[in-house]
Design a binder for this molecule. Structure first.
Ligand code: GDP
Ligand code: IMO
Ligand code: MG
Length: 429
């Protein structure tokens, strides 16, 4: 019996969705624990692509329960649309497959409006997804939030909106955005409230019962370690704890529940939005990664910035998450590059740094120090086992594991479910 956390080890979009889909085979419950529909997790099964923003990436496995923990912020409209799309595909036949915790905070129209208006007005843009994530977490921490348990009670909900909206409209007016109408919000959200009743539950208790029943639980992180509100490249981060510790607070389980933490990393590095990125490329190698890797955001469609794999950042992720294994994705994208660079240190004012600097000004000035490895031209997209990979590719993998001081447990060589090599199963199966 094992409970496993999947966490992004970079700036998001590492392929968490794909890996969660693969590991769901070993689990009974799959739990999202933070973030909201700023996430876009892509699953490719055969020729069919599914992008999920809120619903856990285990949903394509019939009979597995998908839970949305208290740490998530939920846009009801997006959630209900996602359900409709899945049902149209013949997925989610039984509504009991999906449970949302009553303590999730609801993304309100004013959160989305404030997020967009702040970005538009700001001289230091974060490059948010504009989904209202930051303002919703602000209200949660400020104890002004509306939870799912409030939304499903029309009288409580109406009272909360009446109390909150005047202040929100003042903020919108300050930011140069139009005010929102109370009755319109109530009409729209009361409808959502009644539809969401079906999914309302207690995720922490559900997980506890599952574990006592001998079942395995898989926790699905969103975003990535370097976007973590406390440990990422602040302020160019998201507004939640994306690291593995977030699974405990965001799902309602104790730290002792977690047996394995698998950090997902691409064989290179990408970032969407603003902020420092020491190994960012502005050359043909970067173009190759963007084109071959189709590096466009799954949520906003924005081009992702691309760069070489950064071991300094990866070691930070190993430390912060207590990673017990690496799942290395998009290895196939490196095929065709004559030489590969991997950043193993930073040069800062003549000094060699081997740990990730906390000070953003320092990070902005860091120059990557690279190890150069031989590239390959072999098509590796059909490799089914480690033995199918040429020695030069295995050398690359060995070096990454050695430098990061963490074993590689899974290698992904294409977007499809079947383009995966598992070296060690974290569930022990
Ligand atoms: P997530 O947010 O971490 O779930 O990642 P995204 O879904 O936003 O982005 C990862 C993208 O890479 C998706 O389009 C996946 O289909 C794709 N992908 C995942 N693994 C691989 C891989 O090994 N090779 C290639 N070429 N694409 C992959
Ligand atoms: P998944 O789960 C990549 C980035 C945004 C922006 C910053 C803050 O698919 O890996 P926010 O809207 O959260 O306030 O934006 O965080 N960001 C992501 N980047 N993948 C994600 O999710 C992201 N979610 C947020 O681009 O820089
Ligand atoms: Mg994504």
């Amino acid at each position: 019996m094992s409970n496993v956390v999947i966490v992004g080890a970079q700036w998001g979009d590492e392929g968490k969705g794909k890996v969660v889909d693969i590991y769901t085979e070993n689990a009974t419950e799959v739990v999202r624990y933070q973030g909201g529909n700023n996430a876009g997790h892509t699953l490719v099964i055969g020729e069919e692509t599914t992008v999920l923003h809120l619903i856990p990436s285990g949903i394509l496995h019939p009979g597995k329960r998908c839970l949305i923990g208290n740490g998530v912020v939920l846009d009801p409209k997006v959630f209900l649309e996602e359900i409709s799309k899945l049902k149209a595909k013949g997925v989610l036949e039984d509504d009991r497959q999906l449970v949302v915790d009553g303590n999730v905070h609801i993304i309100m129209p004013y959160h989305v409006a404030i997020d967009k208006a702040r970005e538009a007005a700001s001289s230091r843009k974060i490059g948010t997804t504009g989904r209202g994530i930051g303002p919703t977490y602000e209200d949660k921490i400020g104890r002004r939030g509306i939870r799912l348990a409030d939304l499903v009670r029309p009288d409580v909900f109406a009272r909360r909106v009446k109390e909150l909206l005047p202040e929100k409209n003042q903020i919108l007016s300050f930011l140069g955005a139009p005010p929102l109408d109370e009755q319109e919000i109530l009409d729209e959200y009361n409808e959502y409230g009644s539809l969401l009743q079906t999914y309302l539950g207690h995720v922490g208790l559900t997980i506890d019962r599952a574990i006592k029943n001998g079942e395995n639980v898989l926790f699905e992180g969103a975003q990535g370690t370097l976007l973590d509100i406390d440990h990422g490249t602040y302020p160019f981060v998201t507004s939640s704890n994306c690291i593995a510790g977030g699974a405990c607070t965001g799902a309602g389980v104790g730290p002792g529940t977690i047996d394995e933490v698998i950090g997902i990393t691409k064989a290179y590095l990408t970032r969407v939005g603003e902020g420092p990125f020491p190994t960012e490329l502005d050359d043909d190698n970067g173009k190759h990664m963007a084109e071959v890797g189709h590096e466009f955001g799954s949520t906003t469609g924005r081009p992702r910035r691309c760069g070489w794999l950064d071991i300094v950042a990866l070691k930070e992720a190993v430390r912060l998450n207590g990673m017990t294994g690496i799942a290395l994705t998009k290895l196939d994208v490196l095929t065709g590059l004559p030489t590969l660079k991997v950043c193993t240190g930073y040069s800062y004012r003549g000094e060699l740094l081997e740990t990730f600097p906390r000070d953003l000004d320092v990070l902005q000035e860091c120059q990557p120090v690279y190890e150069v490895l031989e590239g390959w031209n072999d098509n590796i997209a059909d490799a089914k086992s480690i033995d199918d990979l040429p020695p030069v590719v295995r050398t690359y993998l060995d070096k990454v594991a050695e430098w990061a001081a963490c074993p590689i447990v899974l290698v992904s060589v294409g977007p499809r479910r079947d383009q995966t090599i598992q070296l060690k199963n974290p569930f022990g199966a």
